[in-house]
Design a protein around this ligand. Sequence first.
Ligand SMILES: NC(=O)c1ccc[n+]([C@@H]2O[C@H](COP(=O)([O-])OP(=O)(O)OC[C@H]3O[C@@H](n4cnc5c(N)ncnc54)[C@H](O)[C@@H]3O)[C@@H](O)[C@H]2O)c1
Length: 252
Amino acid sequence: MSMDLKDRCIVVTGGATGIGRSAATELAARGASLAIWDIDGAAAEAVSATLRAAGSPCVGLGVDVSSASQVADAMRCSVEFLGRVDGAFNNAGIGVPTLPFDQVDESDFDRIVAVNLKGVWLCMKAQVRHMREIDGGSIVNNASVSGLVALAGQGAYTATKHGVVGLSKTAAVEGAASNIRVNAICPGAVRTPLLRHLEQAGISEAALAAMSPQNRIADPLEIAQAVAWLLSKQSSFVTGVALPIDGGWSAQ
Ligand SMILES: NC(=O)c1ccc[n+]([C@@H]2O[C@H](COP(=O)([O-])OP(=O)(O)OC[C@H]3O[C@@H](n4cnc5c(N)ncnc54)[C@H](O)[C@@H]3O)[C@@H](O)[C@H]2O)c1
């Protein structure tokens, strides 16, 4: 087992399931200590308990990333538990029903912006302020292939993910002098509960797979391994990148 994240103290948001849970498991296997933040605090703590039982220091916290006060409290608790936070995977995100952008409910639009974009901003704000005091760190934000190209019927989601890419690049430029690296990842379709929004809209698994030249849906571990590399010192000269992990979808 590679221990390239030994002694690293990392926050994973949305870590109770899907890509976040897979990333938390991979980061812990590589030696990291973790704070798992999720709106479902009980599920975050259940993942933490599993990782603790396997020998990794880990705490699960109930946090809505769209709430400034909850993010500030979670950051305080995480630093208290871990001693410091020198890595973060800002992954929490939601989907909305698949509709032409002009038919999306205002409340759905506001909620997705609050979680997917404002949530990343709030988390990064707390993390960067702390990392400046401890001589740096590495942040990975989960955007999407929808942060790079349009996906019809996903206008609100696509807007938030383009926003995450822009915010990540800006934070990378601003953070470089403080030894803070910031990158975004842009996954294509990944087998997680989030895909149900597309499936409910009648977009089949085969149609989703066909979006990428590899003609398949990713396993969450394929995303987790890229996250682990971006959080490790092995990617020390990589910052401000929006990395497609999409089987070639955005290359077309
Ligand atoms: N699944 C895909 O195909 C895919 C592709 C590209 C990008 N993504 C992105 O990956 C990220 C994770 O998606 P996933 O597929 O694992 O989804 P998921 O629904 O399986 O997991 C999302 C997690 O985030 C948590 N969460 C939701 N709202 C939250 C909030 N306000 N505060 C804190 N936690 C919250 C959920 O409880 C859940 O544990 C999202 O940002 C998503 O946009 C997913």
